[in-house]
Design a binder for this molecule. Structure first.
Ligand SMILES: Cc1cc2nc3c(=O)[nH]c(=O)nc-3n(C[C@H](O)[C@H](O)[C@H](O)COP(=O)(O)OP(=O)(O)OC[C@H]3O[C@@H](n4cnc5c(N)ncnc54)[C@H](O)[C@@H]3O)c2cc1C
Length: 596
């Protein structure tokens, strides 16, 4: 089985040295978020994920969840229930939630390393608490007072979990097509009827109640996405005074048999006149849905980071041990029968690709986390607005790139093991299988790309990009005379100029042909991701140089940054060429000629 050790040194480096989170948290009024407390949280999260969750990762994969057709009940894999009980006893579910709802009120950014560690240790288990965060945000921002009072505390305390019930058999991406209906009742509630599929944690045995956030249409709904409303529909009915009543008319009809994340349950949920309550305004459910989705998207992005970190740790260990052939430049370990495979350039290519992507992604995710804190807590409204625009811009990049890289990284790590990587007992094939879902759910990579190119760039006239480039330029100017950083700052500046020109080019072509947005979008997303990581790598070198870390750490950051700029950033050249080729090469072929 694969091993996992929480990467606390790098997490601390990213948080304190690169992002200066301590100063930021103090400025935002998080008086209790002292370095001592934050360190204790990280240590304990590391202990919990290494010793409680990681050992259950293989069991979850092998045993999976079991479904009882007669009762509609789901049994989670052995040990999942006990681990969840410890999780809530230790207060992890409310780490960053507001104290008024039973949370500990720590900065949102502190949830980022916690979730990275959970996902690395046991992604399937992590899916049970994951969607509760989205449900909390949706109810907090869009719910009525009684709904906040009745639902938030039990969810924040982990006694209940939340779900997102969006997908139906005929609609995943295009939710405007959904058929689930909500009929108003005389008492102000609604009767929800319809079938949802692929519902993560739709049924399980970890908590007493499950709070489904369901998209449905009212009888007078206009067609399409503008007619969607959001409803809170618990497994056991909850009255306005918070008391829990009888079983609601919502049941799990079956569970899916999947390629990976077998310990995470994916349910068909049948709503048969279930009692639900409207959250937010009628027909305005998309607002609540986006609140849930944005939270969940950053969470899924961290699944890519967690899996990549674990894959790297195992591939590194194996590459240091496995003896195969001599180095091209002569024996490096003449006393051994062969050199360890880490001497070979191609193995180093794979290891450094993973290392540079995972450490860079960690910063991207943490930066997004700190921006959420600024967006919620900065005193200056302009600063809040700026952070909000920037995190909205970074969200699709974070979700899609981190998960796509998660697939690449887990495959590269498996490749380091040669044929042994394909064999179940090493645990590498599980990481690769588990990673595969992350680019699909919470909006596919194609949909994240359209979000970035369309809603976050074209529709805002590049507002998010301008803010990000201003950050890059501020950093570059600050280190203008620093000879040690010139090798990173010069190409980084060139890339931002190219990024702006590419954006401009797409927007101009899109004014004549709307297909240009879709044609450019996925290459544009990757291009943006690679340039963003170049910025975080340049910052990492600057922060490492200024830090109290030892020489080996500083040197490793420098060499990884050099690898990144030399071998990963040039991927932008191919993406830029694809973007500039426009829509014609994609759209020329008639649909019927695809089969010719
Ligand atoms: C294990 C698992 C767990 C899940 N958990 C949940 C959950 O908890 N709640 C929930 O509601 N859903 C959940 N889902 C559903 C998931 O979010 C959807 O599967 C996903 O959004 C894609 O929808 P779809 O499968 O219907 O694919 P489709 O929408 O049919 O898309 C098929 C392909 O077409 C592409 N495509 C579609 N439209 C466009 C477009 N306009 N432009 C470019 N490309 C396009 C897509 O990118 C994709 O490649 C889960 C799915 C799985 C497999």
């Amino acid at each position: 089985m694969s091993i996992y050790k929480a990467p606390l040194t790098d997490i601390r480096f990213a948080l304190y040295d690169v992002l200066d989170a301590e100063t930021l948290f103090a400025k935002l009024g998080y008086d209790e978020a002292t370095r001592d407390l934050l360190d204790a949280v990280l240590e304990e999260a590391g202990r919990f994920t290494e010793t409680v969750l990681a050992p259950l990762n293989g069991v979850g994969d092998e045993v999976g969840c079991r479904f009882d057709k007669a009762s509609g009940d789901v049994t989670t894999p052995p040990g999942f229930r006990e681990a969840y009980a410890q999780f809530i006893d230790n207060g992890w579910t409310g780490l960053t939630a507001a104290p008024e709802f039973g949370g500990q009120g720590l900065p949102h950014a502190m949830g980022v390393p916690l979730n990275e560690m959970i996902n690395a240790a046991n992604l399937a288990w992590g899916n049970f608490p994951l969607l509760s965060h989205g449900a909390v945000e949706a109810l907090k921002q869009h719910g009525e007072n009684w709904q906040r009072e009745a639902f938030l505390k039990p969810i924040v305390e982990g006694r209940w979990t939340g779900t997102m019930c969006l997908t139906e058999p005929h609609c995943g991406t295009d939710l405007g097509l959904l058929k689930t209906r909500a009929e108003p009742n005389a008492d102000g509630s609604y009767s929800i009827t319809g079938t949802k599929i692929f519902i993560t944690a739709g049924e399980h045995d970890l908590t007493d109640n499950i709070v489904h956030l369901v998209l449905a249409k009212l009888p007078d709904a206009p067609p399409g996405a503008k007619g969607i409303s959001l409803f809170v529909t618990p497994k056991f009915k909850v009255a306005r005074d918070g008391s829990v009543g009888e079983r609601n008319a919502v049941r799990c009809g079956s569970i899916e048999h999947k390629m990976g994340i077998k310990g995470s349950v994916t349910c068909v949920m049948n709503f048969d006149g279930a009692e639900g309550y409207l959250v937010g305004q009628p027909h305005k459910g998309l607002q609540g849905m986006f609140t849930m989705m944005n939270t969940a998207r950053l969470g899924v992005g961290l699944q890519g980071v967690g899996l990549s970190e674990r894959a790297y740790q195992n591939a590194l260990r194996y590459s240091l041990d496995r003896l195969q052939t001599r180095s091209l430049s002569g024996a490096k370990f003449p006393e051994k029968p062969a050199d360890p495979i880490i001497v070979h350039p191609d193995v180093r290519r794979m290891l450094l690709s993973i290392k540079s992507l995972v450490e860079g992604s960690r910063l991207l995710a943490l930066h997004a986390g700190t921006l959420i804190d600024v967006a919620h807590h900065a005193k200056d409204p302009a600063e809040r607005e700026r952070a909000d625009v920037l995190v909205s811009f970074l969200t699709p990049i974070s979700k899609a790139c981190q998960t796509e890289w998660g697939i690449e990284n887990t495959y590269n790590a498996l490749q380091c093991f040669g044929g042994h990587g394909y064999i179940h007992e090493h645990g590498m094939e599980q990481l690769a299988r588990d990673a595969r879902i992350t680019t699909l759910y919470e909006g596919t990579t194609g949909i994240q790309s359209l979000d970035l190119m369309g809603r976050k760039t074209a529709a805002t006239k590049g507002a998010g990009l301008k803010l990000f480039m201003a950050e890059v330029e501020a950093f570059a100017s600050q280190h203008e005379g620093d000879a040690a950083l010139a090798e990173f700052i010069v190409p980084l500046r060139q890339k931002t100029v190219e990024w702006a020109a590419l954006t401009q080019g797409v927007l101009q072509r899109a004014a004549l042909d709307p297909e240009e947005i879709g044609a450019a979008s996925t290459d544009y997303l990757f291009y943006s991701g690679y340039v963003a990581l170049a910025y975080y790598w340049a910052r990492s070198v600057a922060a490492a140089n200024a830090s109290s870390h030892g020489d080996a750490f500083k040197q490793a950051k420098l060499e990884t940054a050099r690898f990144y700029f030399a071998r990963m950033l040039p991927r932008t050249l191919a993406h830029a060429a694809a973007i500039e080729s426009g829509a014609a090469p994609l759209m020329a072929m008639d649909a019927e000629r695809f089969g010719a």
